[in-house]
Design a protein around this ligand. Structure first.
Ligand code: SAH
Length: 363
């Protein structure tokens, strides 16, 4: 039986227009929601049907809308329809010679919030963002295997159980392949590993940014890539004709992984420097030493904590911009990015602008 949730009057229009997220303030009461994975029926005050969704707690809200059609049930054929539509939309990518890895299912954008599916050269990685969506995993895997041929399937459950992130074997079915292997994106090689902790080597939401760095922003520039992880941005910059790249990341593991990505692309390790350091410490020393860059990439995590440093995008982004600007040369470019969902684009732009204002002592 589906649970009934009544929407507050001032939020009704939003859901009629197709807003996909159930956020706590939208409902008169969320008391009917008890078990993640249960289906709710969203109604207005008069009891008229607005939408149907599932209960699943994520940082963004309490669940996702799955359909606005009253007659549409959330069953096996629903998942077949959503998955087939998404795969059809991405069909052309399978024929590109220069790209062997891409996202095939993008959460609410493809009609099921809380789930992404990425293609890695014949393997697929499912990422489940709540216990609620994971409740449907058997049906979704069954639907997926009915419409797709894959070498193997891996998964990451990206929610917490008892306050702890889930660390487990990522392998689900098919052919096990736990090694690091090269995939291609926009003609550039990147190493991937589907069974090596929470991350696989690079992030799909930055595909176009990587390409733009290579095609538009890197040529003849000295590039600083902060929070560089496996150096994906640096490799694309180097491929795009950067004079030099400097990759800075706190994690020791990033050194080896970044090196490997450069080697994989036949790039030298002299003009492409890799530094293991905390970013504030690095920026401070770079400023004292009078270092200058023409393109600085800022792509910090939403939160990070180390022994004597903590960073939160919401609180500290302005300070990060302020710290980076002194080493950005005249006519340089600052590329500011965030994956933090706690503010919108306008607020983000304000945060970045404030960093500029502080340095230029205006405003
Ligand atoms: N920009 C990367 C992704 C960054 S992931 C890409 O596009 O692939 C976040 C990275 O920030 C992690 O590798 C983590 O080790 C690093 N990190 C977190 N806090 C840091 C800090 N204070 N200084 C430097 N690196 C940090």
């Amino acid at each position: 039986m589906e649970k009934i949730l009544q929407v507050k009057k001032n939020h009704e229009t939003k859901f009629r227009q197709g807003f996909p997220l159930l956020f706590p303030e939208a409902a008169r009461t969320t008391a009917p929601l008890q078990k993640e994975g249960e289906i709710f029926r969203l109604t207005n005050q008069a009891g008229e049907f607005l939408a149907r969704g599932y209960y699943g707690k994520q940082n963004k809200g309490l669940g996702w809308i799955l359909t606005q059609k009253e007659e549409e049930q959330i069953d096996f054929s629903f998942f077949i329809r959503k998955l087939s539509a998404a795969l059809a939309r991405r069909q052309k990518f399978y024929f590109y010679d220069d790209t062997t890895t891409f996202r095939v299912f993008n959460g609410e954008g493809d009609g099921i919030g809380g789930l992404t599916i990425d293609h890695y050269d014949g393997y697929y990685l499912f990422q489940w963002y709540s216990k609620g969506i994971y409740a449907f995993h058997e049906e979704i895997y069954r639907a997926f295997s009915q419409i797709t041929v894959s070498k193997g399937i891996y998964q990451k459950r990206r929610y917490q159980i008892g306050g702890k992130v889930i660390e487990e074997d990522s392998f689900v079915s098919g052919e096990r392949f736990d090694q690091t292997f090269p995939v291609k994106e926009s003609g550039v090689f990147l190493n991937a590993n589907l069974n090596d902790g929470a991350m696989t080597g690079f992030f799909f939401d930055q595909r176009k940014v990587r390409k733009q760095i290579m095609d538009l922003y890197a040529a003849n520039r000295r590039v600083l890539n902060t929070f560089s992880y496996t150096g994906a941005f640096s490799v694309f910059a180097a491929k795009g004709g950067a004079i030099s790249t400097t990759s800075v990341d706190l994690a020791k593991r990033s050194l080896e992984k970044t090196k490997d990505n450069f080697i994989l692309n036949g790039l030298d390790l002299e003009t492409n420097e890799i530094i293991v350091d905390e970013i504030s410490a690095y920026l401070e020393v770079a400023k004292e030493e009078g270092k200058r860059f023409d393109l600085i990439i800022l792509d910090p995590p939403s939160y990070s904590r180390s022994k004597n440093f903590s960073f939160s995008a919401q609180k500290d982004y302005t300070a990060l911009v302020e710290q980076a600007l002194p080493i950005l040369d005249t006519n340089g470019i600052l590329l500011a990015s965030t994956n933090c969902a706690l503010f919108d684009m306008k607020e983000f732009q304000e945060m970045v602008k404030k960093g500029f204002q502080r340095i230029m002592r205006i405003g």
